[in-house]
Design a protein around this ligand. Sequence first.
Ligand code: DHB
Ligand code: FE
Length: 295
Amino acid sequence: MAQIIGGVATTHVPAIGKAIADGKQNDPYWKPFFKGFDYVHYWLARTKPDVAVVFYNDHGLNFFLDKLPTFAVGAAAEYRSEDEGWGIPVSRTVPGETALSWHIINTLVADDFDVTMCQEMLIDHALTIPMALMWPAAAAAKGGAEKPWPVKIVPIEINTVQHPLPSLKRCFALGRSVGRAIESYDQKLRVMVVATGGLSHQLDGARAGFINRDFDQLCLDKIVAEPDALTRYSIHELVKESGSQGVEFLNWMAMRGALTGRVSELNRNYHIPISNTAAATVVYDNQPEEARKAA
Ligand code: DHB
Ligand code: FE
């Protein structure tokens, strides 16, 4: 059976892609953010995942406001990116774990989640920036021959862009269903789950530049042992507390739902600001055996 080894959650600000392209990882502005990935690299080298199931939100590259699914699951053999206009290099194509995608889709629909299934799906900065941060050597390789991506992906897209948005509770439940799907998948795969986006930020309107350190800390604390406590926030309360783009925290809640074992935080990096965003990078351990023993 497939095993969920843990998770990584990280901010996905496009300017990070420009900093990588310009080799600015050690500049005073960028270092406090990039150093949060030292532990991620150590953890990935130690745990060696085969697959990353990635909860993220598209910002208009694949889905636009005219047709916007609440939840969409990629089921492609590979995922291409395109120029989004941020002035950052376009990512290499990322391979898909198609059979696991279909298993997850089947499980989600059986669990009453009416997802959109995508046999073609462009991936935007919300997926490509975290890939480049987690596997910088593979991201930089030309053509893919020398240094292939060490994982295949299953992208799961959540609408955080156009209201009405799904609730924190619904995203947590979606993650739970994805977690059960992974654990019932009849292949010996080491699966990590990834969440991208957040934490607090607002890019437009009267509160542009809004950041809420206290609320971010509360979210980071509660998501480990008391995720249910976060599900009591409505979407409008979440917008108020975390900013109109801080709602990308929905991706974190879905990821947390997919961690079905005993969960602990292995490493946390929080830094204000990166561009307009309170930047956070967290690594979570998942111990399925421990959870079963405790039950
Ligand atoms: C920024 C943050 C985002 O989440 C995003 O998708 C685009 C830009 C920013 O802070 O610049
Ligand atoms: Fe974003």
